[in-house]
Design a protein. Sequence first.
Length: 145
Amino acid sequence: MSDSLAVKGHAHLGSHKYNKLVKFGAVYDLLATSLLMLPFLVAPILGVIMQLDSAMGFNSTFKPLDSTSLFLICLGACYVTIWGVFRFLNPSYQVGRLDAILRFTVAIIQIICVGMGATPILLGITAVLITLGLVQWFMAENLSE
């Protein structure tokens, strides 16, 4: 995949730093999400989140994990994992921009879900998503000028 920064005549150093940022975000997502692709690991991971929620005094309500929810969790994790591998192997200005938009979208969904009663622990993930998204977006803006 060609990098539009090179086409626009920007210095290779800026493009290299941006690509490293895109790869960093990909590695974060792979570490945070890939285990959720495996149905037999979802319940134990949710159990850890429930324990953290309780220990932090949030006492959020968790519904039993049904087969449809399990499928949707694994499906989402598959997409995030494949997207992460793609970004790691093909970091570029365009991919970073798309990833920033996706991060903002997921952050909005997380905020809505917390407002509907999901564990506030999600807001920690939201903070990471927004931070990475803003850095990717504004670093791309600076490179595209």
